[in-house]
Design a protein around this ligand. Structure first.
Ligand code: SF4
Length: 379
């Protein structure tokens, strides 16, 4: 299960000392930017104007870009020499969905190491037998060769790579090799896990992989609520794994820049945010909630008639374990796309006929004629 969108992590509870970090980062960016770079790079021009209010182009920017708290936290752990590279990525991620702008590659690609999950969370599409019934062909595990083929296309072309989507990444025993292969190639890397199968080998692989963010999915800090929401889960086992990970990180990787986060789905009124914060904050840097979207039954949910174009069509691409491409993981049965990277390249797909049709429909007020877009609340 993935976070609905990273923007929704604005519900991260209390990032300490963020004001001072923001000031330091802005000072460094200010000295790194020079006018000759700005003249030749339209994205840097926009960033300069948005962050510092300086109209270098003499034109008004269409949309303001600013450093959200979690972006400040991410940048504070980067080498200063990577700041401008990272800002270009963040600008594309935040602003291109507003401008409805595309380039050759999407700002971020989510790769699912597997569609199989050991949990059956109440709010998750893993409860839908149309997905999990093996005879329907949706269940499987990505091979190392396909993963390398994807990473080879992405290296040097994008910064955002997330390993997670419909399944639990640690189910794929090749995950340590995946992490090793992508190490040092991207600035904004993330893995999501429910932490149930997190063993010592995977912990070390994560800590050696130069990963930016590790998200532990958990929506409660006590039983029986945890197991009621995370069906097949076990809070005792998961919290011991997360605590053990914390100790390995602190004792064996003291210079690790990894950000750890517990992220839950805000699902019902029994969830106590204060208890979540007190319990998980012992072991992780951040505690966050994302909004609930009816992932578990989107194809059967009532129509929502949301008019706004969906940001995912300009923000990120999903690649399933078998190479099939989807515009989102709300469409977990892959009804919106027939694309596959075993036939076409990522730029061919991102700028191809299927994506063009999807974007055109969303931009021209025909979102409600598309399924499951008409029943989905993502904007
Ligand atoms: S179902 Fe449609 S509207 Fe919802 S996230 Fe996917 S592409 Fe966007």
């Amino acid at each position: 299960m993935t976070e609905i969108a990273y923007d929704k992590a604005n519900s991260i509870l209390e990032l300490r000392g963020i004001g001072e970090k923001r000031k330091q980062i802005l000072d460094i960016i200010d000295t790194q930017m020079n006018l000759s770079d700005l003249k030749s790079d339209p994205i840097l021009q926009q960033i300069e104007e948005s962050l510092f209010g300086i109209d270098v182009t003499r034109n008004k920017t269409e949309e303001k870009f600013y450093l959200r708290d979690h972006v400040v936290e991410e940048m504070s752990r980067l080498d200063e020499s990577d700041y401008l590279r990272y800002l270009r990525y963040r600008y594309r991620y935040d602003i291109y969905p507003i401008l409805h702008k595309t380039e050759k590659y999407p700002p971020l690609v989510q790769i699912e190491p597997t569609s199989i999950c050991n949990y059956r969370c109440v709010f998750c599409y893993q409860t839908d037998k149309r997905l999990t019934d093996k005879k329907n062909g949706h269940m499987g595990v990505m091979g190392l060769d396909l993963f390398k083929k994807i990473i080879d296309q992405l290296e040097g072309n994008i910064e955002g790579v997330t390993l997670a989507s419909r399944g639990e990444p640690t189910v794929n025993k090749k995950l340590p090799e995946f992490l090793q292969y992508m190490t040092g190639k991207f600035l904004a890397t993330k893995v999501n896990t429910n932490a149930y199968l997190l063993d010592e080998e995977v912990m070390h692989a994560i800590l050696q992989a130069d990963l930016q963010t590790l998200v532990f999915s958990a929506d409660a800090a006590s039983e029986p609520l945890y197991s009621k929401l995370r069906v097949n889960g076990n809070l005792d086992r998961v919290s011991k794994n997360i605590e053990y990970f914390y100790h390995i990180k602190e004792n064996q990787y003291p210079s690790s820049k990894l950000i750890t986060r517990v992220s839950g789905v805000s699902y019902n009124s029994d969830q106590d945010i204060g208890e979540m914060e007190r319990f998980w904050r012992q072991y992780v840097d951040q505690v966050a909630f994302v909004d609930y979207n009816p992932w578990e039954n989107v194809y059967d949910a009532a129509k929502k008639y949301v008019d706004h174009p969906c940001s995912d069509l300009w923000r990120r691409m999903f690649i399933w374990w078998d190479g099939r491409v989807a515009p989102c993981d709300v469409d977990y049965l892959t009804t919106l796309s027939t694309d596959t990277i075993t036939v076409n390249t990522i730029p061919e797909i991102w700028n191809g006929e299927n994506y063009k049709r999807l974007r055109d429909n969303h931009l021209s007020g025909r979102r409600s004629t598309m399924e499951p877009c008409s029943r989905c609340v993502v904007v």
